[in-house]
Write a protein of this length. Structure first.
Length: 336
């Protein structure tokens, strides 16, 4: 390389290196923020909270005293609705953040499921659920979303809060239990352990195997997703395997805006219509658990998700500390 080209090349390399360091620093700060927080809860005590199950979303009705500085709210004893989502960090609406007067700690560039990026402010707060106090929890400012707005949702209780204890979700009874240790729970008779890894937002990520296809998608465990399985278009070969096997497979093109419970995603900054490919997986395997005829949606999303249309048939138990979850059924619910 000539000297005339060497100097501009080194300058360009220097700036690329600086940009790389800045990006790595932001990711490190985001990672540390998501890890932040603690829970004050008596050992061996199980707390529980009822939830509404509407349009395949888990919705919590929380009184204002659940939040820090609750006395600053203009209407005492008012209620706020939150989606309970293992597949998202914790978010508050802008109006709730303003009412609570929360302290902003940073801004982070967040990417939604469609790849759109937005710089969002993040805050720190305390949240009290029953007898448990979740302290110093980092919450993002929730962007406007047509799905959330239509349900009057004030925020999302997310994975970075849940990571501080163990949880059990009983969809049939519409109850959520949480305790310091998973051993405090009564486990279902038929119970399948599934290991998981955590991403930067502390969201559990698990491997799925569909139709014994060798390429296993990694999916976010998402109690905020109304679908059973949602996969990226890149798994075209897997889609073709469903179509070829042809067992109760009704593969059609649909528009997201006109399909009953196929709603615009809560993981998008904008309401984006999408052409979906919808079918049924002949077989889904997650660790030792197998299920047949599972509805599967292929769409232009960056994330794969395992959601409530599948999870609602099980009792879901999650142990963040040991990175293990269980899907189980009580004896009375087991097949003969």
């Amino acid at each position: 390389m000539s000297k005339k080209l060497l100097i501009p090349f080194l300058v360009l390399l220097f700036f690329v290196f600086i940009l790389f360091l800045r990006k790595q620093n932001e990711l490190y700060r985001l990672h540390q923020s998501m890890r932040q927080g603690k829970i004050t809860q008596r050992q061996g005590v199980i707390d529980s909270i009822d939830f509404l199950f509407k349009k395949n979303y888990i919705i919590l009705k929380l009184i204002d005293t659940c939040f820090s500085k609750a006395t600053s709210l203009s209407k005492p004893n008012s209620y706020y609705y939150f989606i309970f989502d293992t597949g998202s960090p914790t978010y508050f609406s802008k109006s709730l953040i303003t009412k609570l007067g929360l302290e902003q700690i940073s801004n982070f560039t967040i990417q939604d499921d469609r790849g759109a990026k937005r710089n969002l402010p993040f805050y720190i707060t305390n949240i009290a659920l029953q007898n448990s106090d979740f302290q110093d929890i980092v919450v993002g400012e929730m962007s406007q979303n047509i799905t959330l707005d239509s349900m009057l949702i004030s925020g999302i209780i997310g994975a970075n809060l849940m990571q501080h204890c163990a949880w059990q979700i009983d969809y049939k009874q519409q109850k959520i239990y949480f305790a310091n240790k998973v051993e405090a729970f009564s486990m279902p008779t038929e119970n399948y352990p599934i290991p998981f890894i955590r991403n930067i937002f502390r969201i559990p990520c698990i491997y799925l195997m569909l139709n014994q296809f060798p390429r296993r998608p990694v999916a976010l465990l998402s109690t905020g997703s109304p679908q059973a399985i949602s996969l990226n278009y890149i798994f075209k070969s897997l889609h073709r395997s469903m179509k070829y096997l042809g067992r109760e497979v009704d593969t059609v093109l649909v528009n997201v805006a006109h399909q009953g419970n196929i709603l615009p995603s809560i993981y998008e900054f904008a309401n984006t219509n999408d052409t979906l490919i919808v079918g049924k997986a002949r077989e889904l395997a997650i660790s030792d658990l197998t299920a047949n005829g599972v509805p599967t949606i292929f769409q232009s999303t960056l994330q794969n998700r395992l959601g409530n249309e599948f999870l609602k048939f099980y009792i879901l138990t999650i142990d963040w500390q040991n990175r293990k979850l269980w899907l189980g059924k009580k004896k009375s619910e087991m097949s003969p």
